[in-house]
Each structure stands twice: as C-alpha cells, then as structure tokens.
Write a protein that binds this ligand. Sequence first.
Ligand code: AGP
Length: 367
Amino acid sequence: EDLDLGGYPHYMAKEIQEQPESVERIIRGRLDDRFGVARLDGLNLTPRELRGFARVKILGCGSAYYVGQIGATMIEELARIPADAEAASEFRYRNPIIEADTLYIAVSQSGETIDTAFAVEEIKRKGGRVVGLVNVVGSTIARACEGGVYLHAGPEIAVASTKALTNMAVGFALIALALGRVRDLSNADGQRIIDAVRALPGQIKAILDFEPEIAEHAKTVAAAKSLFFVGRVRGYPVAREGAQKFKEISYRHAEAYQTSELKHGPLALIDEALPTVAVVPSDELTERNLAAVQQIKARGGAVLAVTHADVDFGELDVPRIVVPKTEPELDPILLTIPLQLLAYHAALTLGYDIDKPRNLAKSVTVE
Ligand code: AGP
C-alpha cells in the first residue's frame, strides 16, 4: 500500500498532486486546432444530432452534482443551450419528465453510484438520450449510457474526490465546446477555449506550488467550529464543492451560499466566530462580490478570499489565495483546486483520518 502511495502521506495528497498529469490525459487527442473544436467520438453523436438538442440536463450525486452545476454554466455560456444540473438521487424519485430533444449527461467517478445508475435507467426507459462522463472504464453507468467521455483521471482511492472532479469540469468544457461549435460559437472563440484548456495543467501546477501558504490559511480556518463558503454564478458551485470537501474530512460545519443571497437571511449569522471563504474571481461580478465581502467584514466576520491577482480589495483587510486567471468560462476549474488543499490541511491540522472519513464510502452502491 505504501508503494501505491508513492511517498505521499495520504491518497488524497497524492491525487491532488496528480492533477496536472490527469488533466493532460483527459485532453490528450481531443483538441482540434484546425476547427477550434473538441473531438469527442465516444459520444456517438453526429454534428446534426448535437445540433438538435434544445436542452441539457446533467445528473450526478454529491460533488459530481456540484461539478455538474459548473458544467451547466459552461454549456449555457459557450453553447447558449439551456442547461441545468440536478442531484440524481432526487431526480430518480420524482417521476421526471423526459424529453426527446434533451441531452442527458450522467456524471460519476466510480460509475457505480446507485442513484445515478437508476437515473440513467429511468431516462432510457422513457426514451431519453443519455451519455456518460465517467472515470471507471466498463463500470455500470459507463455501460448503461449510449456514449460518453471517459475522464482518464486514473484510479482514485481517497473518499474525498479531487482529481476525478477536476477532470469532470474539464470534460464539461470539452462537451460545451463540442455543443458550441455546432451552434454559434466561432472558430476563434473555440480556439480561445482550446488554448485555455491546454494551459490548465501548468496553471494547476502553479497553484500546487502554493501549498505551504494554503496550509497556513487552513490552520486558521480549522480553528472555527463553523464556516461559510460563498460564491456567485460561476463561483457558487465552487463554494458548494469547497464546503463539501471541508465537511467530509474536517467534520466542521461548512455551509455554501450564493454570495447574492447573503443579504436575504444568512448575513444575520455573521460574527467573529463565523469566518467566510469567499470566491471572488476577476470577472463581470467582481465589484458585487467585493461589496458582499465588505458587508461581511463590517459585521465582524473574517474573510479568506480565493481570487485573482488583479482583484483590488482596496482598504479591505482580507487574506487571499491567488489563483491564475484562465478564460472566465473556465475559472471554476482552477478556483476549486486551492479549496481541496484547504480542506486537506484543515483535516491534517485537526488530526482526522483523511482517506477514510467516518460514515462515508467511496461510492454509494446500495440504497
Ligand atoms: C466527493 O468528495 C464525495 N465523496 C461524493 O460526494 C461523491 O462525489 C459522490 O458520492 C458521487 O460519486 P461518484 O462520482 O462515484 O458517482
């Protein structure tokens, strides 16, 4: 087992560090510079079929569902098709309306999650078209889908998923590109995304180089009994995933909110004892996010920002984790990485079992 750990203290640490290579693997052979498009032959969909979908519905559980939300936003932004994500565990129980012109995407690391597998069966029974975004080759969900994109993240052992989730987000960027290029996305815009995707492994490496600084931030946040994670639009699923990772391995109460919703209620909870991790990318919403940070600070709440170098915090005294900038549509992929390290180091500080957290299984295969 030690050999498999390759010198790392935990599988989670190893899997976080493997991300530059695992992202290389999901993009290898899939980027076509001539036409600014992603080649996803495994989807088994012709350009005409891809063009025919009026909607996209993404289904997954837990963190896979949160990455599905990241994917839905990418698809809406790049392909301008209405897209949303839903917890497969809810979908399968609510007699969903299945539409012939919706592309259903099931997303799963293990390919064995029972709720996602049953959602796929429900879609197929009612005549829907479902493809998979799955890591484990030949798994139940991969076999049940009519086509798909393998994640090629490699084996993931730690219960807290990291590299598979990153590859899911990159996989959604490729799917968004494929859907966009049979619609209104130009060759030049497709190439803009391709260039950005190609740069991701190097940028992830740069984030991982900041591990010592992130470990210091983790000591501070681990001291709190309860935390908020906030983000808006592209940043909201990032906040959800950040809170999820934190809950899973540090056993701290971590709650994710849309930054925009704070003033509609949760702001009442802010005080010195409740720190907030705020996702503040450099984009069209920066000013609004900074205003929310200011409101939190004004109520005595500490803030740790996950942000970009050019975001000007002015007078606000806010410690920051700075992430390299990519194209705005792809920002969530990189913003999520430091939150993995934050949760990992918080759990390390608190002395918990990082690879096998209490009450959790790597994949939920029974009811
Ligand atoms: C992630 O850290 C979790 N352990 C969990 O939410 C997981 O993503 C979920 O159970 C789905 O698993 P799957 O990707 O194997 O379907």
